[in-house]
Design a protein. Structure first.
Ligand SMILES: *[C@@H]1O[C@H](CO)[C@@H](O)[C@H](O)[C@H]1NC(C)=O
Ligand SMILES: *[C@@H]1O[C@H](CO)[C@@H](O)[C@H](O)[C@H]1NC(C)=O
Ligand SMILES: *[C@@H]1O[C@H](CO)[C@@H](O)[C@H](O)[C@H]1NC(C)=O
Ligand SMILES: *[C@@H]1O[C@H](CO)[C@@H](O)[C@H](O)[C@H]1NC(C)=O
Length: 185
């Protein structure tokens, strides 16, 4: 047996911090993205946008039993490096652009931003997508770094607002009140 030569070992030790590893580079990219300014804030859509903030959710692609299915699957998506904002994504999902059901046939029930530049539209959110703290969606949108655009395999999710459903429920309650007042008369 030859004794271990110390020089290659020393070189390896010196060089090891320089070798890239996917986890450290991803962490460094996230740190660089957030350290330049304050952490991105959750964008609150204006009343007329048709969407309300729903939460930060985990992507499902890595779960053993999803066979790679996304948390927001079966809809459409848009990737805009350098330009993505929450408003851009909500517009895209609201008009149903690219929707196989026929273009402007209606808004998607869910809109999610991921990885600073991706927009995902779908009619449902996977029940396997875990809800995370808001702070887990820590990547700034590439089109406006003050806004949160999800994270690495995390989604800033917006849900179609219940305005239309609320109006229907309100009308139903009026009918109920009418029926009650008829009984009282
Ligand atoms: C998020 O999903 C990944 C798989 O993609 C999983 O390893 C991780 O445990 C999940 N985290 C939570 C909090 O559910
Ligand atoms: C898939 O796995 C998740 C945990 O990773 C579990 O909560 C869920 O019940 C499983 N779903 C099915 C259909 O097996
Ligand atoms: C981003 O937006 C700018 C200005 O609107 C435009 O000139 C540019 O082409 C866009 N980039 C991409 C990748 O869409
Ligand atoms: C960026 O987003 C913030 C918060 O949504 C907004 O107030 C601001 O006007 C946006 N900036 C630009 C350049 O669009």
């Amino acid at each position: 047996m030859h004794p271990l030569h110390p020089l290659p070992l020393l070189l390896a030790l010196l060089l090891s911090p320089l070798l890239p590893s996917s986890s450290t580079t991803a962490a460094a990219a996230a740190a660089a993205a957030t350290s330049s300014s304050s952490p991105p804030a959750i964008y609150t859509p204006p009343a007329g946008s048709g969407y309300v903030y729903h939460g930060c959710f985990n992507e499902t692609t890595g779960l053993a039993n999803t066979t790679g299915a996304r948390a927001l699957a079966g809809g459409t998506s848009l990737v805009r490096p350098g330009n993505m904002t929450v408003a851009l994504c909500l517009d895209f999902c609201r008009t149903g652009a690219g929707d196989s059901r026929g273009g402007s046939s209606g808004r998607f029930a869910f809109a999610g931003l991921e990885y600073a530049r991706e927009c995902w539209c779908a009619q449902s959110l996977s029940s396997l997508a875990a809800k995370l703290p808001d702070s887990a969606c820590d990547l700034p949108c590439e089109g406006n770094t003050t806004e949160a655009c999800g994270g690495n395999l995390k989604l800033t999710v917006y849900m179609a607002s219940a305005a239309a459903a609320a109006r229907v429920a309100w009308a139903a309650s009026l009918v109920a009140v009418g029926a009650v007042s008829l009984i009282l008369l």
